[in-house]
Design a protein around this ligand. Structure first.
Ligand SMILES: [Zn+2]
Length: 382
């Protein structure tokens, strides 16, 4: 696509966004707190995260937990067909239900898309918020998580999607821009076209819809800062922290989910990858919270919800320890921490179900997650 047709495409999108859509036009402005949902992800056990003595996340456990409602016994229900895994757990968090997903395409495996409304969709249906004010920050090598921004089926859908920031999205932006620039050698053009085709193949939704103008501008600044070679930007979960903090500064999201993931590299067998990755997320939390504490847009007006997607197995005899696909008890045992304005301080001793997270966020933001199975955690609110 050349610059002109891209510009027209953008205008077309702008025009379609401006055209009357009763639900958005009539919905009120959002005046509630910002919510930042941090998926302490890639599957983590309580033992290495919230155990007071053994934690690899000391900032989370010792500094953040006393700031709010700490739920040491969040559980993933043992229902028939429930997998303790990343996409599944993330969609449980976003929909407030179990099993609310399906394969995203007939040629794909392990690509789930929600079949029930997500927090993104509920929120944008209830309030007049632009797509870039509702953000999903995704990891680099998880194109299977590019499908969470809106769901399939007859619920709210694409009009109420979130915007997504990920290195995959940036590469789609960059290859499109580079191909539109003059002075490319034939060889460079061919390489770029191949790269772009590869990107579009692993993510069949591709560029539909194109990012909003605000997100285009975000990527333009990112490109200016980190360039085209992919060597200058942080990698792994540090990249997610960079995307999230830049998004907070530049896009001012009212709801943002950050999908940390790197503890999952333990699938390859090295336990230190797991504990090191937990420490990196803990450092990321420190940056996110410090930024929120310092910026007037977020300070005293932002609720953090921090919770894993799933736990991990605890079988010390397994060839490769720390898996999470065997339906073991510790893979169902997670936790949550919620802090911010309106949230009480203390430890909730009773078990809480993972399906309570979405309705709790809904209650904090003032909408109803009508299709959620769980109920808001009463004890979390002042
Ligand atoms: Zn995994």
């Amino acid at each position: 696509m050349d610059r002109r047709s891209f510009a027209l495409g953008t205008l077309g999108l702008a025009a379609s966004l401006a055209s009357p859509r009763p639900t958005l036009a009539q919905s009120p402005a959002y005046r509630g707190p910002n919510v930042i949902l941090v998926r302490f992800g890639g599957g983590v056990r309580r033992a290495e995260t919230i155990d007071e003595a053994a934690t690899w996340a000391p900032y989370l456990r010792h500094t953040l937990a006393p700031r709010g409602t700490f739920i040491p016994d969040l559980r993933i229900d043992k229902l028939e067909g429930v997998n303790t895994s990343h996409a599944e757990g993330t969609l449980n968090l976003l929909t407030g239900r179990y099993l609310a997903y399906r394969d995203a395409g007939e040629f794909l495996t392990d690509r789930l898309e929600p079949t029930e409304p997500t927090i993104f969709e509920y929120l944008r249906r209830a309030y007049n918020l632009a797509s870039h004010e509702v953000l999903l920050i995704n990891g680099e090598d998880r194109p299977q998580e590019e499908f969470f921004t809106f769901g399939a089926g007859d619920h709210f859908g694409i009009d109420f999607r979130s915007e997504m920031l990920s290195l995959h999205r940036y590469k789609l932006y960059r290859t499109r821009e580079q191909l539109a620039e003059s002075g490319l050698t034939d060889e460079a053009r061919l390489a770029l076209e191949e790269e772009r085709t590869r990107l579009l193949t692993i993510d069949p939704r591709g560029t539909t819809p194109e990012p909003s103008p605000e997100v285009e501008a975000f990527w333009a600044r990112w490109r200016q800062r980190f360039g085209d070679d992919g060597l200058r930007n942080p990698r792994g979960d540090r990249l997610l922290t960079e995307l999230a903090t830049r998004a907070m500064a530049e896009l001012k999201p009212r709801f943002m989910m950050v999908n940390y993931q790197d503890p999952d590299y333990v699938h390859w067998g090295n336990p230190s990858h797991y504990t090191r990755a937990i420490a990196v997320i803990d450092e990321g939390l420190q940056r996110l919270v410090s930024m929120a504490d310092a910026d007037p847009f977020y300070r005293d007006n932002t609720i953090f919800v921090i919770t894993p997607d799933c736990g991990r197995d605890a079988n010390p005899l397994a060839n490769v320890p720390f898996q999470h696909h065997f339906n073991s008890r510790s893979a169902h045992e997670v936790w949550a921490l919620i802090f911010g304005p309106g949230i009480g301080k203390g430890v909730l001793d009773n078990p809480v179900d993972q399906s309570a997270i979405a309705p709790t966020i809904a209650a904090a933001m003032g909408f109803a997650a009508t299709r959620a199975e769980g109920r808001a955690i009463d004890g979390a609110f002042l």
